[in-house]
Each structure stands twice: as structure tokens, then as C-alpha cells.
Design a protein around this ligand. Structure first.
Ligand SMILES: [Zn+2]
Length: 439
């Protein structure tokens, strides 16, 4: 721990300084968990410890709050370029800040698809101008995410992508996936697959089971997810590429990832709050705000996802924030698109289902949003170590609040959690030493 004097400016010039006082600092990256002060000078963590000198600093009283490394959401759809009526980089990034996220990774299924350096640079440029949080683009695996021909992965890497994925669609051709993994391995990029066998899921609107039968809706079987795991995991083994499974949703998927990890393979996975918070039983109202891919599964699957989080089989919580305008979500159930908002409710739902239930510790929760995604993406973030970029998430574990989707910073309103009461949630979001959002 640096001494309090470590952050005083030796040449006497005034510097932008923030002192976060008396918070419970939880930094899984360095194993630090104690009530202390955190000093930020010129956009970096300058010191942490008890009784730091507040002279010249803007003081933030964090008594009773958790002070954590900035949360990273590695799975977000920002819809820009091309689908700006649903979301823009600016509105999505504002929703991220209000959700306690300091860094987000945007999936490439925009219009045009982010499958070349020009689109990558455009996104980075727009984010620099308009986004209050860090935005890291993910490049497509294949041209147009059509699954056939490799995208310009090398030049996108030079332009700034942090991973490749055709999310929204799987890469079903094993020959294409093998070449993508060889490329990714040589460029040290993780490969993220949206695992869905389109032949098995074709025409489906919700999880295939008792509820879909009762509602007479077409089902998406759980097999459509995990049959894709075997080829991907085997190709990761043969190429040595780092393979990350997006939005895991079934009991067998969790078991297969755990098995791959036991074999020592470079396989990781993420779970979304909605996949561990609610089940397909919610669909009985035919509310399209419960329609997403992968679909909400059974309580048996939800339990398995939570067990996977507890055991460490699940590395990351990511939201799969997928805005759609009301005009599209309000159509009849079979016609409306898949996906829901996620950024502003992620911390509240995770506290409710994982921490308040006693399933995991607060430290583990923070790790799922920080060191977890950092290990996959290697962004140089996710820690409050002295010298690190001052990205900080401050949240409460006991504040009572109600989510009102009409107050959302997102351009869209498609959340099933409108009106839900939460115990605990984000209080302030600091990016590179700037307070970008405060409750
Ligand atoms: Zn997906």
C-alpha cells in the first residue's frame, strides 16, 4: 500500500484530485478488502489507505458503500453505426455509466457489420467524442457475420478491437472457425462464440419445454446451445486459441465449460443477469420483453448457472444489453426481435440473486465484473492498484430503489425489469478520474 504522502504533488502545482473516503474498498486483483480511503490524482489511482490527506481534493463520502474497480461489461450492443433509432454509442454509454460500468465492449452486429478497420475506427472515434465510459469494439469473425469468409481480423486488431465474435449468430462451419481460431491465436485475441445450432433453433421463439407447449409457442431446445460447444472446445484445444462462450444458459453448457476447464483448456464463459434471475415461466403473459436469445430457460437451468458462478465455472457476468425500439418490440410475439436492455439493472439483479441469497461473497461479485472480464480481454483495467487508470465503481448493497425504464439513459425501453424494486445498486461511476455519473 502506498503511503498517503505518495499522492501529494511534489512540485506544488494543483492537480485534479478526488478523495473517496471511508468506503469498503474491494479490489480482487490485489486481494484488498478493507474500509479505507482511495485517492485519485490526474486520472490514476494515487494511494489507498486509512486517513489519507484531503487537502485540495474533491471529497466523496463513501461511508457504507463499496468502492470497486470500474466494472467491465464485455457484451453490449450499441447499434451504431446504422441502427441509431434503437441506440447510439452515446446513449448506450450513458446507460452503462448509470449502471456502474466504466468499460463496455460492443458487439459487431451493426449496419454495416464491424468486420473491417474502417468501421472499427469509426466506433472508436465516435466513442472518444461522445461516450462517457471506455468503449472497446469487438470485431466480426466473418465478413458480414455471414459465417463464410474471414473478416479483416488483422487490420481490425491494429485499429483497436479486443476480441472477435459473430454474436447474434454462431459460426457453424468448423473449417471457418478453425481458421479464425488460428488467426486469433497468432494475434492473441479471444474468440467469443454465440453458441446456437441454427438448424435446431430454427423458428423458435422461447425455450422448448412445458411452458412453450402450454403457450403454443415454437420452442428453442437447450441442445441448440450446447451441441455447438463440442466443436468449439475441440478447436480451441487443437489451435490453442482462447475461446469464450457468450451468455451461457443451460445446465449442460455449464457442465461442458467446467469439464473443459478441468482439462486445462483456455475456455471461459459469461452469464447474463436475466439467465440467472428469471425463468421461462415469465412468458405466460406473452410479454416480448421476456424474449431473448438464448431464451429464458427452466429453474433447473437457472440453478445450474448460479452453481456455475459459485464454483467458478462461470468467469464473467455480462449483460448482453440489446436495445430494440418499441415499434419493433410491440409486434406480436412471434414477429418481435430477440433481446433486452441490461446495463442499468445488472448490479441490482446480481446483488439480489447472488449476494443477498448468500450464494457468493461481495468480493466474488466484484471479481465477476472486473478481474473476470479483464482476464479474458486484457484491457489493462479491473484493478484499484496504485498507478492504475482511475476507473471506479461505487455501489450500495442496501439502498432501496425502483427501476423505472422510462428514466433509462438508453434510447430503447425493452426491459422486463421495469418497476422492479432493488436492494443495492450503483451510486457513482468514475472514468479516468472523472465522475461521469452519480445517483
Ligand atoms: Zn448472442
Amino acid at each position: 500500500m502506498a503511503s498517503p504522502s505518495g499522492w501529494r504533488c511534489s512540485n506544488g502545482l494543483s492537480v485534479s484530485k478526488i478523495l473517496i473516503k471511508n468506503g469498503r474498498i474491494i479490489d480482487p486483483a490485489s486481494g484488498f478488502d478493507a474500509v479505507a480511503d482511495l485517492a485519485i490524482v490526474e486520472g490514476r489511482i494515487a494511494a489507498r489507505g486509512a486517513g489519507l490527506d484531503a487537502a485540495g481534493a474533491e471529497v466523496f463520502d463513501a461511508t457504507g458503500l463499496v468502492v470497486a474497480p470500474g466494472f467491465i461489461d464485455m457484451h453490449v450492443h450499441l447499434r451504431e453505426p446504422g441502427i441509431e433509432h434503437a441506440e447510439t454509442i452515446e446513449t448506450g454509454a450513458r446507460a452503462a455509466a448509470a449502471g456502474g460500468f466504466t468499460s463496455i465492449c460492443c458487439m459487431p452486429n451493426t449496419m454495416p457489420v464491424n468486420d473491417n478497420a474502417t468501421v472499427t475506427s469509426y466506433i472508436i472515434d465516435r466513442a472518444k467524442k461522445f461516450a462517457p465510459v471506455n468503449v472497446f469494439p469487438i470485431g466480426a469473425i466473418t465478413k458480414g457475420s455471414a459465417g463464410e469468409e474471414l473478416a479483416a481480423i488483422g487490420s481490425m486488431k491494429n485499429a483497436g478491437i479486443v476480441a472477435i465474435s459473430d454474436d447474434g449468430r454462431p459460426v457453424m462451419n468448423a473449417r471457418v472457425m478453425r481458421r479464425a481460431m488460428e488467426f486469433a491465436r497468432s494475434l492473441d485475441l479471444p474468440v467469443i462464440d454465440h453458441c446456437e445450432d441454427l438448424n435446431l433453433s430454427a423458428g423458435g421463439d422461447m425455450h422448448d419445454g412445458l411452458v412453450s407447449t402450454r403457450l403454443a409457442l415454437r420452442g428453442i431446445p437447450d441442445t441448440s446451445e450446447y451441441v455447438m460447444f463440442a466443436p468449439d472446445i475441440l478447436l480451441s484445444k487443437s489451435t490453442g486459441a482462447r475461446f469464450h462462450v457468450a451468455h451461457i444458459s443451460t445446465r449442460n453448457s455449464v457442465a461442458m465449460v467446467a469439464h473443459a476447464k478441468n482439462l486445462g483448456l483456455p475456455v471461459t464463459c459469461e452469464a447474463t443477469p436475466h439467465h440467472f434471475a428469471i425463468t421461462d415461466a415469465e412468458l405466460t403473459t406473452y410479454d416480448s420483453n421476456y424474449k431473448m436469445k438464448p431464451p429464458l430457460r427452466t429453474s433447473c437451468d437457472v440453478d445450474a448457472v448460479i452453481e456455475g458462478i459459485v464454483s467458478g465455472a462461470v468467469d464473467v457476468i455480462a449483460t448482453d444489453h440489446a436495445p430494440h425500439p418499441g415499434s419493433e418490440k410491440m409486434q406480436e410475439f412471434e414477429r418481435c426481435p430477440f433481446g433486452i436492455l441490461g446495463l442499468e439493472t445488472a448490479i441490482g439483479l446480481s446483488l439480489e440473486k447472488l449476494v443477498h441469497t448468500g450464494r457468493i461473497s461481495l468480493g466474488h461479485l466484484v471479481a465477476l465484473f472486473t478481474t473476470g472480464p479483464e482476464r479474458v480481454l486484457q484491457l489493462g483495467r479491473g484493478t484499484l492498484a496504485v498507478g492504475a487508470p482511475a476507473d471506479v465503481t461505487i455501489f450500495s448493497t442496501d439502498m432501496q430503489w425502483t427501476y423505472d425504464v422510462n428514466q433509462s439513459f438508453s434510447k430503447s425501453r425493452n426491459s422486463p425489469f421495469d418497476g422492479r424494486k432493488f436492494l443495492g445498486g450503483p451510486m457513482a461511476t468514475i472514468v479516468s478520474g472523472n465522475v461521469v455519473w452519480r445517483r
